[in-house]
Design a protein around this ligand. Sequence first.
Ligand code: PGA
Length: 249
Amino acid sequence: MKGMIIAANWKAYVESAAKAKKLFAAAKRLASRTGQEIILAPPPPFLGMLAAGNRSKVAFAAQDVSTATGGAHTGEVTAGTAREAGATYAIVGHSERRAAGDDNDIVSLKLQHTLAQGLTPILCIGERVRDEDAQYLVFLREEISSAFTALSQKERMTVLIAYEPIWAIGKTAADSIGPSDLAEMVLYIRKVLSEFLPGKGSSRARILYGGSVEADNAGALAQGGIDGFLIGHAATNTESFTKLVRAVV
Ligand code: PGA
């Protein structure tokens, strides 16, 4: 499928500068050969190293941004710093950050800082488990509404949603969501979005899927009504990433 957004979240998997450069070179080749939009989210020091002077089609994302906007906050990477380092996107509310303490209020603040710096947020939402009473749908609605309430209509339109069910993250293609369940979830997310984006807004909103996307399931999942993927482990190896991007084309 043409025009898919393929965002690669390297997390802390990539610790070598040589490996980071190799993955970037592969991403550049794939972006120009397949026409897919590739976004790389390296660890912060590598973001600056790779994005400096970047004139390729590959874009960069921060893996997270700080709640601070500057000042005495040792160790924090602000949205402004990420932008200066070359990011045009920022992942906000990833489940691994939420597990480290980011609640919906913090995610909302980070989203606002991201937008204030002109970065496009990739807002991650996703349930921990699927309970029989479907409380996970209420949970998802809450994640969306708390993030969107504080934003203007224009800001809401720029947010990319990444639906990442936590139970599917970091496993294998066999443990991931199936295409028909994904299609249902995307419909549900669009329905919730329609409360915040009037008219055609919710059908135009861009929704990515993440959670054990690999070369084996990417092609089928691409049919699930999504606009692209947020990929973790399979994007941290040149061979598996290349196979995966080619499987989506
Ligand atoms: P995974 O990670 O592809 O390794 O499941 C996805 C993510 O957490 O963004």
